[in-house]
Design a protein around this ligand. Structure first.
Ligand code: AMP
Length: 391
């Protein structure tokens, strides 16, 4: 059992909490604040126990000066302050005198949000390569380190693993809840069904190989289905394809032919904005592009869901950002929301779809971590969790 924030006396202590505020932002608006909302329990607990709270997070990837301009955490600070209903002091640098002065002037219950940790990546990838000097600098700002950034826990960065290797440490409530809920899948009530979607097979090769052994059914939709269909010699027209994964798909289909269920039909179009039609696999023309699972596929997926007791889902079943290709993802969300089975939604796009389409409270768990939840299910140990001391 990992130590948690509750194992420490926080009174007047400077508590560095690594949160994951890597939220989608468009036109200076936060599109989905779930990751901020989910971090509130730990932050409130620390404040209620008289801690001085120093928040660290990354946002996006930082490779250029322009990335820096587009990925400041300042908008997050405003939303966080609203949600907490108290002031949050934003420090627009990741190290320096302003940060050090602000920290030394902190009183109990004060909150500081430090600028995007990945700004340090412009400086030779210091954050992402877990640079020791950077980790020591940040660790020096606090007394205790709490990892509440589940979605970053599969990475070994200075702001999580680096600081944790120096300071007394623990996990926060968000990470504890993720580990408890995802642990249900280590001994799932059967039949156990995995739904996989998203654009590319290559991103999910490890998870497909490892989950295929454990699951009773694997329902494949989204862009990745077309590489599987191609591996069975279907004409997939001009649909998205991942050529280097065809051999892998063939191997999976021959090993697990009774478990893997592929779409029978798709919502197709000649272009993203063209007219859309539902077509069976055998009716695809060379210029048809499959953008969503079709109606027969939804029915077949439903019949498997109906006989399952546990479902894990990662990856949207169509180009769900466009309304007319979101039907498959929405229908499956709706079907799952009406069952009393264990349903766990992996993070990333599937979590955003579930929340934005109104299903936030409908499932056993919606993970905040896409890559992290997949790696955990593959059986990998997450470095950000491994480094935290046991009780
Ligand atoms: P991933 O990051 O691999 O989970 O992929 C998510 C992306 O896959 C989303 O942006 C979806 O729009 C996209 N996607 C899902 N189905 C399709 C499809 N049939 N064709 C193209 N992109 C798709």
């Amino acid at each position: 059992m990992k130590r948690t924030i509750m194992d420490y006396d926080l009174n007047n202590k400077k508590v560095i909490i690594r949160v994951d505020f890597n939220v989608p932002i468009k036109d200076k608006k936060i599109l989905d604040d779930n990751r901020i909302v989910m971090a509130l329990d730990t932050i409130n607990y620390a404040i209620n126990h008289n801690a001085k709270v120093i928040l660290l997070s990354h946002l996006g990837r930082i490779k250029t000066i322009e990335d820096k301009q587009n990925n400041s955490l300042i908008l997050v600070k405003d939303r966080l302050s609203e949600l907490l209903n108290r002031d949050v002091l934003f420090i627009n640098e990741t190290r320096g005198k302003a940060l050090e002065d602000a920290v030394s002037n902190m009183k109990a219950k004060d909150i500081i949000l430090v600028e995007n940790t990945r700004f340090e990546d412009l400086n030779g990838k210091l954050e992402s390569s877990n640079d020791d000097t950077l980790a020591r600098y940040w660790a020096n700002l606090g007394d205790i380190f709490i990892n509440d950034a589940f979605a970053t826990s599969h990475r070994s960065h200075a702001s999580n693993v680096g600081i944790a290797s120096i300071l007394p440490n623990g996990i926060g409530f968000l990470v504890k809840d993720e580990l408890d809920k995802l642990n249900i899948l280590s001994e799932p009530k059967r039949p156990y069904t995995i739904i996989l979607g998203g654009a590319k097979v290559s991103d999910k090769i490890n998870v497909i190989s490892s989950l295929a052994k454990k699951a009773d059914y694997i329902l494949i939709g989204g862009g990745m289905a077309y590489t599987f269909l191609k591996a069975l010699n279907n004409n997939i027209g001009a649909s998205i394809i991942d050529n280097e994964s065809i051999d892998f798909c063939k191997e999976m289909l021959s090993k697990y032919k009774d478990k893997i269920i592929l779409p029978k039909d798709s919502i197709t179009s000649k272009s993203l904005n063209g007219n859309s039609v539902c077509k069976l696999n055998e009716d695809f023309e060379d210029d048809d592009i499959g953008y969503d699972i079709g109606l027969k596929t939804i029915d077949e997926f439903k019949s498997i869901i109906d006989k399952s007791n546990t479902v894990f889902w990662n990856g949207p079943l169509g180009y769900f950002e466009i309304e007319k290709y979101s039907n498959g993802t929405k229908k499956i969300l709706d079907i799952l929301s009406k069952t009393d089975k264990t349903v766990i939604i992996g993070g990333g796009d599937t979590a955003s779809a579930a929340i934005n389409f109104g299903y936030k409270k409908s499932f056993t768990h919606i993970s905040t971590g896409g890559g992290a939840s997949l790696e955990l299910l593959e059986g990998k140990e997450l470095p950000g969790i491994k480094i935290i001391s046991d009780k």
